[in-house]
Ligand binder design. Sequence first.
Ligand code: PEP
Length: 246
Amino acid sequence: MRQPLVIANWKMHGKRAFNQALVEAFLGLLEEHRAECVLCPPFAYLGQLAELLRSSDVMLGGQDCSHIAEGAYTGEVSAEMLDDCGCQWVIVGHSERRQYHQESDALVAAKLSMAQRAGLTPVLCVGETQEQRETGEAQDVVKAQLLGALGDLPDLQGLAIAYEPVWAIGTGLTASPEQAQDMHAFIRDVVTGLDATHASGLRLLYGGSVKAGNAAELFAQADIDGALVGGASLDAEAFAAIVCAA
Ligand code: PEP
């Protein structure tokens, strides 16, 4: 039995006053829930959120980490630093990092291994573009991303995977529950080929315009174990409803 997992990706949004109001409202609205829940604010606010979440069961995560442990790399934040700031999780390979920062599968693999070495649980993001879906390449693209990032790992313990079709991120377009389930089942098949022991326990999250109104039908699918939520995680009521639906 896989425990549901819901992760908020705030992206580059937030200010101290806004963050405090959002987190306090969210914690106040959060009813009894089965899901584990993680908030990933911008790096600048990790310390503030660590304080705000101190007496809750909501965990903290980074939106990215460096592929290098330490050194003269201006602007980089290491996985160990995230751990030191109270993070238990880190997102790696988000499509916005792949698109705007040219992150390759090899770089994502190096980040993933840094995250695991620091004791963090990485959430590997994969997903195809609209054009790749239209030309029938979606599965090939996702498989290449999975093999490129996970191929060298000794096993798949201590990891989650988020399927985020690029065409559904921040667009208001959501994959239908059937489209998402088909890809999740495919991902589970691919990871079974890498590590048959742990694949059935691996949590697969869906991401792409998840809202309070579509979360329950997505979570009802056999291989959808939760969500990675962008826009709706900046709304306390919507995000609390999504966590409670999981
Ligand atoms: C994301 O950024 O990972 C995401 C899924 O965004 P949104 O929910 O806004 O589509």
